[in-house]
Design a protein around this ligand. Structure first.
Ligand SMILES: Cc1cc2nc3c(=O)[nH]c(=O)nc-3n(C[C@H](O)[C@H](O)[C@H](O)COP(=O)(O)O)c2cc1C
Length: 139
């Protein structure tokens, strides 16, 4: 089965703490290892931005679980592409915390220094995540 990439943004339903993020990342990484899914999750106060890569069937299946997760809402697909290779092949789910989403990277890929994934092109989100991966140590 060939590869696809799905990028979505969502909004948290309540303020999340480190424990909430740890739980999300733990189940994401465990499940994604079994499903051969790789990617990156960015979190900034109110918003998530996530990239999932893998076989079409597994990416679609995992995305259905994510859609039903009550911890976030307003989930919007920003980009869905067939791809020839993975960008995040080393991470079952790399995590990019708020402190790494700086004003300068936001300015480079959007019209404002705030992190506003709903206002961004899917391709800008994708390129921003690649730059973060290449320049910032992933947690
Ligand atoms: C922002 C966000 C990102 C998530 N990313 C993933 C993911 O990449 N893979 C995954 O399996 N679950 C992910 N989850 C968790 C799923 O929504 C769901 O809780 C999980 O698949 C259930 O698995 P479990 O029964 O093993 O806990 C994410 C949840 C949230 C809120």
């Amino acid at each position: 089965m060939y590869l696809v990439r799905l990028v979505y943004a969502s909004r948290v339903v309540r303020p999340l703490d480190d424990g909430d993020l740890e739980q999300i990342l733990h189940s994401a990484r465990e499940n994604n290892k079994g499903a051969a899914i790789t990617g990156m999750l960015c979190f900034h106060r109110k918003f998530f931005l996530q990239c999932l890569e893998g076989s079409r069937s597994e990416v679609n299946r995992v995305y259905q679980h994510i859609l039903n997760d009550k911890r976030h809402t307003e989930i919007v697909i920003l980009d869905y592409q067939e791809i020839v290779s993975r960008e995040f092949d080393e991470w079952a789910m790399g995590y990019m915390p708020e402190s790494r989403l700086t004003e300068s990277i936001n300015m480079k890929y959007s019209g404002t220094k705030e992190f506003t994934p709903f206002e961004m092109l899917g391709e800008s989100c994708h390129q921003m995540m690649i730059e973060l991966k290449d320049t910032v140590p992933i947690v």
